[in-house]
Design a protein around this ligand. Structure first.
Ligand SMILES: [Zn+2]
Length: 359
Protein backbone atom coordinates (compact mmCIF):
# COMPACT_ATOMS: atom_id res chain seq x y z
CA UNK A 1 0.00 0.00 0.00
CA UNK A 2 1.26 3.53 -0.75
CA UNK A 3 1.45 6.16 1.98
CA UNK A 4 -1.51 7.93 0.35
CA UNK A 5 -3.63 4.77 0.45
CA UNK A 6 -2.70 4.13 4.08
CA UNK A 7 -3.56 7.71 5.05
CA UNK A 8 -6.97 7.42 3.39
CA UNK A 9 -7.75 4.05 4.95
CA UNK A 10 -6.89 4.78 8.59
CA UNK A 11 -8.79 7.04 10.97
CA UNK A 12 -6.59 10.11 11.43
CA UNK A 13 -7.09 11.94 14.72
CA UNK A 14 -5.44 15.13 15.99
CA UNK A 15 -5.89 15.42 19.76
CA UNK A 16 -5.38 19.17 20.14
CA UNK A 17 -6.35 22.20 18.06
CA UNK A 18 -7.06 25.64 19.50
CA UNK A 19 -9.50 26.46 16.71
CA UNK A 20 -12.38 27.62 19.00
CA UNK A 21 -10.21 30.69 19.76
CA UNK A 22 -10.24 31.51 16.04
CA UNK A 23 -14.00 31.02 15.76
CA UNK A 24 -14.79 33.75 18.24
CA UNK A 25 -11.80 36.07 18.25
CA UNK A 26 -11.25 36.14 14.48
CA UNK A 27 -14.79 35.33 13.38
CA UNK A 28 -13.42 32.38 11.37
CA UNK A 29 -15.96 30.68 9.10
CA UNK A 30 -14.74 27.12 9.44
CA UNK A 31 -16.81 25.80 6.55
CA UNK A 32 -14.77 27.76 4.00
CA UNK A 33 -11.14 27.44 3.10
CA UNK A 34 -9.43 30.20 5.01
CA UNK A 35 -6.00 31.84 4.95
CA UNK A 36 -6.30 32.61 8.65
CA UNK A 37 -5.02 30.17 11.23
CA UNK A 38 -4.18 26.55 10.54
CA UNK A 39 -7.51 24.71 10.57
CA UNK A 40 -10.86 24.71 8.75
CA UNK A 41 -13.11 21.89 7.56
CA UNK A 42 -11.88 22.19 3.95
CA UNK A 43 -8.21 21.97 4.90
CA UNK A 44 -8.98 19.09 7.30
CA UNK A 45 -10.62 17.22 4.44
CA UNK A 46 -7.69 17.93 2.15
CA UNK A 47 -5.32 16.66 4.87
CA UNK A 48 -7.34 13.47 5.32
CA UNK A 49 -8.06 14.34 8.95
CA UNK A 50 -11.11 12.43 10.19
CA UNK A 51 -11.25 13.58 13.80
CA UNK A 52 -9.99 16.46 15.84
CA UNK A 53 -10.25 17.65 19.40
CA UNK A 54 -11.19 21.31 19.61
CA UNK A 55 -9.82 22.75 22.84
CA UNK A 56 -11.99 24.98 24.99
CA UNK A 57 -9.14 27.14 26.28
CA UNK A 58 -9.20 29.51 29.22
CA UNK A 59 -6.33 31.58 30.57
CA UNK A 60 -5.05 31.31 34.14
CA UNK A 61 -5.08 35.12 34.17
CA UNK A 62 -8.86 35.36 33.88
CA UNK A 63 -11.24 35.78 36.84
CA UNK A 64 -13.05 32.56 37.85
CA UNK A 65 -16.48 33.60 36.54
CA UNK A 66 -14.92 34.90 33.34
CA UNK A 67 -13.37 31.44 32.82
CA UNK A 68 -16.74 29.68 32.99
CA UNK A 69 -18.40 32.26 30.79
CA UNK A 70 -15.67 32.18 28.15
CA UNK A 71 -15.70 28.37 28.14
CA UNK A 72 -19.46 28.48 27.49
CA UNK A 73 -18.94 31.04 24.72
CA UNK A 74 -16.33 28.80 23.07
CA UNK A 75 -18.62 25.75 23.37
CA UNK A 76 -21.47 27.76 21.86
CA UNK A 77 -19.35 28.85 18.91
CA UNK A 78 -18.36 25.23 18.17
CA UNK A 79 -22.04 24.15 18.40
CA UNK A 80 -23.09 26.98 16.05
CA UNK A 81 -20.39 25.97 13.59
CA UNK A 82 -21.48 22.32 13.65
CA UNK A 83 -25.14 23.33 13.17
CA UNK A 84 -24.10 25.36 10.16
CA UNK A 85 -22.23 22.55 8.40
CA UNK A 86 -24.04 19.30 9.30
CA UNK A 87 -23.01 17.77 5.98
CA UNK A 88 -19.32 18.33 6.73
CA UNK A 89 -18.84 17.64 10.44
CA UNK A 90 -20.55 16.60 13.66
CA UNK A 91 -19.85 16.41 17.37
CA UNK A 92 -18.44 13.08 18.56
CA UNK A 93 -18.01 11.82 22.09
CA UNK A 94 -16.83 8.25 21.44
CA UNK A 95 -14.70 6.23 19.03
CA UNK A 96 -17.66 4.47 17.39
CA UNK A 97 -19.19 7.78 16.28
CA UNK A 98 -15.85 8.86 14.80
CA UNK A 99 -15.70 5.67 12.68
CA UNK A 100 -19.33 6.13 11.55
CA UNK A 101 -18.69 9.75 10.57
CA UNK A 102 -15.59 8.73 8.60
CA UNK A 103 -17.74 6.26 6.64
CA UNK A 104 -20.18 9.09 5.87
CA UNK A 105 -17.34 11.36 4.73
CA UNK A 106 -17.86 13.72 7.67
CA UNK A 107 -15.35 14.99 10.21
CA UNK A 108 -15.69 14.13 13.90
CA UNK A 109 -15.21 17.09 16.20
CA UNK A 110 -14.44 16.15 19.80
CA UNK A 111 -14.28 18.60 22.68
CA UNK A 112 -11.45 18.98 25.14
CA UNK A 113 -11.04 21.63 27.83
CA UNK A 114 -7.65 23.29 28.24
CA UNK A 115 -7.41 24.35 31.89
CA UNK A 116 -9.90 23.19 34.55
CA UNK A 117 -10.56 26.86 35.52
CA UNK A 118 -14.22 26.85 34.33
CA UNK A 119 -15.06 24.15 36.90
CA UNK A 120 -13.96 26.25 39.92
CA UNK A 121 -14.23 23.80 42.82
CA UNK A 122 -17.62 22.46 41.79
CA UNK A 123 -17.87 18.87 40.55
CA UNK A 124 -21.41 19.46 39.29
CA UNK A 125 -19.90 21.85 36.72
CA UNK A 126 -17.57 19.02 35.64
CA UNK A 127 -20.63 16.79 35.18
CA UNK A 128 -22.35 19.53 33.16
CA UNK A 129 -19.34 19.99 30.84
CA UNK A 130 -19.19 16.20 30.42
CA UNK A 131 -22.89 16.24 29.39
CA UNK A 132 -22.04 18.97 26.88
CA UNK A 133 -19.50 16.61 25.30
CA UNK A 134 -16.13 17.46 26.90
CA UNK A 135 -13.99 14.29 26.86
CA UNK A 136 -10.67 15.46 28.23
CA UNK A 137 -9.51 18.19 30.57
CA UNK A 138 -5.98 19.60 30.62
CA UNK A 139 -5.75 20.20 34.36
CA UNK A 140 -4.11 23.62 34.10
CA UNK A 141 -2.33 25.90 31.61
CA UNK A 142 0.41 28.49 32.22
CA UNK A 143 -0.41 29.11 35.91
CA UNK A 144 -1.13 27.18 39.12
CA UNK A 145 -4.89 26.79 39.63
CA UNK A 146 -7.26 25.13 42.14
CA UNK A 147 -6.37 21.70 40.75
CA UNK A 148 -2.58 21.57 40.41
CA UNK A 149 0.64 23.41 39.53
CA UNK A 150 1.78 24.36 36.06
CA UNK A 151 5.18 23.54 34.54
CA UNK A 152 5.42 27.23 33.58
CA UNK A 153 5.55 28.74 37.08
CA UNK A 154 8.60 29.26 39.28
CA UNK A 155 6.62 29.31 42.54
CA UNK A 156 4.51 26.20 43.05
CA UNK A 157 1.31 26.36 45.09
CA UNK A 158 0.56 22.69 45.81
CA UNK A 159 3.77 20.85 44.90
CA UNK A 160 1.61 18.55 42.83
CA UNK A 161 -2.15 18.05 42.75
CA UNK A 162 -4.41 19.82 45.31
CA UNK A 163 -6.91 17.96 47.55
CA UNK A 164 -9.70 19.21 45.25
CA UNK A 165 -7.68 18.04 42.24
CA UNK A 166 -7.71 14.54 43.69
CA UNK A 167 -11.54 14.60 43.93
CA UNK A 168 -11.74 16.02 40.41
CA UNK A 169 -9.58 13.21 38.99
CA UNK A 170 -11.74 10.59 40.75
CA UNK A 171 -14.90 12.08 39.22
CA UNK A 172 -13.28 12.39 35.77
CA UNK A 173 -12.32 8.70 36.02
CA UNK A 174 -15.88 7.77 36.96
CA UNK A 175 -17.44 9.80 34.13
CA UNK A 176 -14.91 8.82 31.45
CA UNK A 177 -13.30 12.23 30.98
CA UNK A 178 -9.61 11.74 30.19
CA UNK A 179 -7.05 13.46 32.43
CA UNK A 180 -4.60 15.47 30.30
CA UNK A 181 -1.18 16.08 31.87
CA UNK A 182 0.08 18.58 29.25
CA UNK A 183 1.17 21.89 30.84
CA UNK A 184 1.26 20.53 34.42
CA UNK A 185 4.36 20.39 36.66
CA UNK A 186 6.45 17.22 37.02
CA UNK A 187 5.27 16.78 40.61
CA UNK A 188 1.64 17.14 39.50
CA UNK A 189 2.30 14.58 36.72
CA UNK A 190 3.34 11.98 39.29
CA UNK A 191 0.41 12.80 41.58
CA UNK A 192 -1.95 12.29 38.62
CA UNK A 193 -0.43 8.88 37.91
CA UNK A 194 -0.83 7.98 41.59
CA UNK A 195 -4.45 9.13 41.84
CA UNK A 196 -5.91 8.23 38.43
CA UNK A 197 -7.40 4.75 38.16
CA UNK A 198 -7.52 5.07 34.35
CA UNK A 199 -4.85 5.69 31.68
CA UNK A 200 -3.94 9.35 31.30
CA UNK A 201 -2.91 11.33 28.22
CA UNK A 202 -0.63 14.16 27.29
CA UNK A 203 -2.62 15.65 24.43
CA UNK A 204 0.12 17.96 23.05
CA UNK A 205 3.67 17.49 24.41
CA UNK A 206 7.04 16.31 23.08
CA UNK A 207 10.10 14.48 24.45
CA UNK A 208 12.45 16.30 26.82
CA UNK A 209 15.31 14.00 25.74
CA UNK A 210 15.15 15.61 22.26
CA UNK A 211 14.26 19.13 23.38
CA UNK A 212 14.88 20.01 27.00
CA UNK A 213 12.00 22.35 27.89
CA UNK A 214 9.64 21.99 30.89
CA UNK A 215 6.58 21.48 28.62
CA UNK A 216 8.00 18.18 27.37
CA UNK A 217 8.05 14.79 29.13
CA UNK A 218 11.21 13.02 30.33
CA UNK A 219 11.94 9.45 29.25
CA UNK A 220 10.98 8.21 32.71
CA UNK A 221 7.65 10.09 32.55
CA UNK A 222 6.93 8.57 29.11
CA UNK A 223 7.70 5.08 30.46
CA UNK A 224 5.48 5.61 33.50
CA UNK A 225 2.67 7.08 31.38
CA UNK A 226 2.85 4.03 29.08
CA UNK A 227 2.94 1.58 31.99
CA UNK A 228 -0.36 3.09 33.09
CA UNK A 229 -1.76 2.55 29.53
CA UNK A 230 -1.58 6.20 28.50
CA UNK A 231 -0.55 8.04 25.34
CA UNK A 232 1.70 11.02 24.54
CA UNK A 233 0.52 13.01 21.53
CA UNK A 234 3.41 14.85 19.85
CA UNK A 235 3.03 18.63 19.58
CA UNK A 236 4.08 20.39 16.32
CA UNK A 237 5.19 23.60 18.07
CA UNK A 238 8.79 24.18 16.83
CA UNK A 239 10.09 25.51 20.21
CA UNK A 240 9.06 22.14 21.76
CA UNK A 241 10.63 20.15 18.92
CA UNK A 242 14.13 21.62 18.82
CA UNK A 243 16.16 23.21 21.62
CA UNK A 244 18.39 25.37 19.40
CA UNK A 245 15.31 26.78 17.69
CA UNK A 246 13.63 27.23 21.06
CA UNK A 247 16.52 29.40 22.33
CA UNK A 248 16.82 31.40 19.10
CA UNK A 249 13.11 32.10 18.76
CA UNK A 250 12.39 33.13 22.37
CA UNK A 251 13.34 36.85 22.04
CA UNK A 252 11.65 37.04 18.61
CA UNK A 253 8.42 35.58 20.03
CA UNK A 254 8.50 38.06 22.93
CA UNK A 255 8.98 40.95 20.50
CA UNK A 256 6.18 39.64 18.29
CA UNK A 257 3.73 39.30 21.18
CA UNK A 258 4.68 42.77 22.41
CA UNK A 259 4.17 44.25 18.93
CA UNK A 260 0.85 42.42 18.58
CA UNK A 261 -0.41 43.96 21.81
CA UNK A 262 0.67 47.45 20.78
CA UNK A 263 -0.86 46.91 17.35
CA UNK A 264 -4.19 45.96 18.92
CA UNK A 265 -4.16 49.19 20.95
CA UNK A 266 -3.18 51.46 18.08
CA UNK A 267 -2.96 49.80 14.63
CA UNK A 268 -1.95 52.94 12.77
CA UNK A 269 1.11 53.87 14.83
CA UNK A 270 2.30 50.29 15.29
CA UNK A 271 1.76 48.81 11.84
CA UNK A 272 5.46 48.92 10.94
CA UNK A 273 6.56 47.52 14.32
CA UNK A 274 4.14 44.61 13.88
CA UNK A 275 5.25 43.92 10.31
CA UNK A 276 8.95 43.88 11.25
CA UNK A 277 8.42 41.67 14.31
CA UNK A 278 6.49 39.21 12.16
CA UNK A 279 9.17 39.24 9.46
CA UNK A 280 11.96 38.57 11.98
CA UNK A 281 9.97 35.71 13.53
CA UNK A 282 9.22 33.99 10.25
CA UNK A 283 12.68 34.49 8.76
CA UNK A 284 14.30 32.27 11.39
CA UNK A 285 14.77 28.80 9.81
CA UNK A 286 12.24 26.41 11.34
CA UNK A 287 12.67 22.72 12.17
CA UNK A 288 11.28 20.38 9.50
CA UNK A 289 8.15 18.22 9.93
CA UNK A 290 10.62 15.31 10.09
CA UNK A 291 11.49 16.50 13.59
CA UNK A 292 7.92 15.59 14.64
CA UNK A 293 8.61 12.05 13.44
CA UNK A 294 11.94 12.04 15.36
CA UNK A 295 9.89 12.58 18.54
CA UNK A 296 7.46 9.80 17.53
CA UNK A 297 10.48 7.52 16.88
CA UNK A 298 11.90 8.35 20.28
CA UNK A 299 8.68 7.38 22.10
CA UNK A 300 8.46 4.16 20.05
CA UNK A 301 12.07 3.30 20.97
CA UNK A 302 11.19 3.74 24.66
CA UNK A 303 7.76 2.09 24.95
CA UNK A 304 6.74 0.72 21.54
CA UNK A 305 4.08 1.98 19.10
CA UNK A 306 1.01 1.76 21.40
CA UNK A 307 1.58 4.94 23.39
CA UNK A 308 2.17 7.76 20.92
CA UNK A 309 0.09 9.94 18.61
CA UNK A 310 -0.23 13.49 17.28
CA UNK A 311 -1.63 16.62 18.96
CA UNK A 312 -0.76 19.44 16.58
CA UNK A 313 -1.59 22.50 18.74
CA UNK A 314 -2.59 24.19 15.46
CA UNK A 315 -4.21 27.60 15.98
CA UNK A 316 -2.47 27.74 19.36
CA UNK A 317 1.06 28.15 17.98
CA UNK A 318 2.60 31.10 16.15
CA UNK A 319 5.03 29.20 13.94
CA UNK A 320 4.71 25.74 12.34
CA UNK A 321 7.38 23.25 11.24
CA UNK A 322 8.74 23.54 7.71
CA UNK A 323 6.48 21.47 5.45
CA UNK A 324 3.66 21.29 8.01
CA UNK A 325 2.23 24.78 7.67
CA UNK A 326 -1.39 23.83 8.35
CA UNK A 327 -3.69 20.83 8.86
CA UNK A 328 -3.91 20.13 5.11
CA UNK A 329 -0.23 19.09 5.19
CA UNK A 330 -0.76 16.26 7.69
CA UNK A 331 -0.20 13.42 5.16
CA UNK A 332 3.55 14.23 5.27
CA UNK A 333 3.65 12.57 8.71
CA UNK A 334 2.21 9.33 7.31
CA UNK A 335 4.64 9.54 4.37
CA UNK A 336 7.58 9.96 6.71
CA UNK A 337 6.45 7.07 8.94
CA UNK A 338 6.22 4.89 5.80
CA UNK A 339 9.67 6.06 4.66
CA UNK A 340 11.07 5.05 8.05
CA UNK A 341 9.65 1.55 7.68
CA UNK A 342 6.64 1.60 10.00
CA UNK A 343 4.08 -1.14 9.35
CA UNK A 344 0.43 -0.34 8.47
CA UNK A 345 -0.87 -1.39 11.91
CA UNK A 346 1.66 0.83 13.70
CA UNK A 347 0.83 3.85 11.52
CA UNK A 348 -2.86 3.25 12.18
CA UNK A 349 -2.20 3.31 15.92
CA UNK A 350 0.05 6.38 15.86
CA UNK A 351 -2.16 8.48 13.59
CA UNK A 352 -5.26 8.02 15.76
CA UNK A 353 -5.82 4.44 16.97
CA UNK A 354 -3.94 4.81 20.24
CA UNK A 355 -5.95 7.84 21.33
CA UNK A 356 -9.25 6.31 20.14
CA UNK A 357 -8.52 3.26 22.27
CA UNK A 358 -8.76 5.45 25.38
CA UNK A 359 -12.03 7.17 24.49
ZN1 LIG B 1 -1.60 24.02 25.23
Amino acid sequence: MTAKEIHEKILVLDSHCDTPIMLRRMGLDIGRRSGAGHVDLERMKEGGVNASFFAIYVSNKWEPFECTFKALEALASVCDMLDRYPDKAALATDARTAFELKKEGRIAIFLGMENAGPIHKDLSLLRLFHKMGVRYITLTHAGNNEVCDSCATLEKRWHGVSPFGRDLIAEMNRLGVLVDVAHISDEAFYDVLRYSTRPVVSTHSCCRALCDVPRNLTDQMIKDLAKNGGVIQINFNPPFLDKAYSLAVAPLLDAYEDAEEKYREDPQTNEKLMREAKKALFELPRPSYKRVVDHIDHVVSLVGPDHVGIGSDFDGIEVCPEGLEDISRLPVITEELCARGYAFTDIEKIMGGNFLRLL
